[in-house]
Design a protein around this ligand. Structure first.
Ligand SMILES: Cc1cc2nc3c(=O)[nH]c(=O)nc-3n(C[C@H](O)[C@H](O)[C@H](O)COP(=O)(O)OP(=O)(O)OC[C@H]3O[C@@H](n4cnc5c(N)ncnc54)[C@H](O)[C@@H]3O)c2cc1C
Length: 376
């Protein structure tokens, strides 16, 4: 029997995972990626947390999705997880959108473990409580290597440095668009029927911090949000900030990138960016942590985040798999933990099978790992 030919557009973590899954199910798959490496856009320039729900006390859909998807991600990509940091969540005394009491009740209600504990650099006076939580980081270089190996093992034809356009996609039986912030570029119908997104041009500074930070990662939430995460296997940290990380926000069908940032977006680590919000990140951090005067800016990543518009109340970050026409499926990535789960959904849509059987070698996926603290 002749195999269906499937084009997957976008070599981020969602497209690469979908391509592997479709090849496992017997399709002949070509993966198109316009840059010269896999995982080069949002899948590289992110905070690298494998979310389990702690960040979303107002977004139960996101919490349920990541908890449901966690076991499948762990089974597929567990080797790229890094457990070297102690993770903390702290609740700000000012302007927090969730009180400590409500946050603890939320964790209890969804079974997320925690214990009260304070990292050495946290200003206790600025937070209601600090909790040690059970999360892990994603080693992006390791994840990229795993993806490349799985794509090769399943016989996926990977075409890097190839921007897919309508001409290139002609001749395929199915097209899976996994292009995240460029999702509407190849929308099959009139553009007026394409969904609108909120696009945020984000900066993610990479910094060296004093030694007392090593082995710790912190998020202050949910209001005056900031976070610092040690990069897997390195001594450096990635910073996040609710306001200062975002250089431009637009709602529409395509992102608008300010001209001075054009050449920085998805170009890897920019060592001395002419435009940077690092001083603002640093200033903001003083309220919550000590020693940030000594933070050294090593460079910044820039990328475009796409989220659904008007989700301020819940802050939800759904992953959406949608059929756009009889040939085209759109895969919009939310949290990375859901990439394997959503690849199964894409495969189900392509086979028109509402409850697709898992491929033989994965009939019994590993049970979700227990929610536990890594051993000290
Ligand atoms: C600042 C920031 C922090 C984040 N932090 C976290 C976090 O800590 N944990 C978490 O789980 N999630 C986080 N996320 C979300 C997560 O990074 C994204 O949901 C995820 O990476 C999306 O993956 P993707 O494969 O859909 O998109 P991408 O990684 O952006 O991949 C899309 C790919 O499509 C390619 N492409 C586009 N058009 C074409 C074309 N025509 N032809 C060929 N190729 C094309 C692009 O080059 C790109 O490589 C964060 C996101 C951002 C922006």
């Amino acid at each position: 029997m002749q195999q269906d030919r499937v084009a997957v557009v976008g070599g981020g973590i969602f497209g690469a995972t979908a391509a592997v899954e479709l090849a496992r199910r017997g399709h002949s798959v070509v993966l198109f990626e316009r840059s010269d490496t896999l995982l080069s856009s949002a899948s590289r320039a992110n905070q690298r947390r494998l979310h389990r729900g702690y960040h979303y006390p107002r977004g139960m859909d996101t919490v349920e999705a990541v908890l449901r998807a966690f076991g499948a991600f762990q089974a597929e990509y567990g080797a790229a997880l890094h457990h070297g940091s102690a993770h903390y969540v702290a609740l700000s005394r000012r302007d927090s959108l969730v009180t400590a009491e409500r946050y603890l009740a939320f964790c209890d209600s969804v079974g997320l473990p925690y214990r009260e504990e304070y990292p050495p650099f946290l200003r206790k006076s600025s937070v209601e409580v600090s909790l040690r939580i059970a999360e892990a980081h994603i080693d992006i270089a390791g994840l990229r290597r795993l993806c490349a190996a799985k794509l090769a093992a399943e016989g996926v034809e990977v075409r890097l440095r190839t921007r897919a356009d309508r001409g290139l996609l002609r001749g395929f039986d199915h097209v899976v668009l996994a292009t995240y912030s460029s999702l509407n570029d190849l929308h099959p119908g009139p553009l007026s029927t394409a969904p609108r997104y909120q696009f945020e041009v984000c900066e993610k500074p990479l910094v060296a911090l004093p030694d007392m930070y090593l082995g710790h990662s912190l998020v202050v939430m949910d209001g005056p949000f900031m976070c610092l995460d040690q990069v897997a296997g390195a001594r450096h940290f990635l910073l996040g900030n609710v306001d200062h990380a975002i250089h431009a926000t637009t709602v529409g069908r395509h992102p608008l990138i300010p001209a001075p940032l054009m050449r920085y977006v998805d170009a890897g680590l920019i060592r001395r960016p002419r435009v940077t919000r690092f001083p603002a990140f640093q200033h903001f951090a003083h309220e919550f942590v000590t020693g940030f005067d000594e933070a050294r800016h090593l460079g910044s990543y820039f990328t475009v985040r796409a989220v659904l518009p008007h989700v301020e109340t819940t802050d939800d970050r759904p992953t959406l798999v949608r059929r756009l026409d009889d040939r085209t499926v759109a895969l919009f990535g939310g949290k990375i933990a859901t990439c394997v789960d959503s690849a199964h959904q894409v495969a189900a849509l392509l086979s028109q099978d509402p409850a697709p059987p898992l491929p033989p070698e994965r009939e019994q996926p590993a049970a979700p790992a227990p929610l536990a603290f890594p051993r000290p």
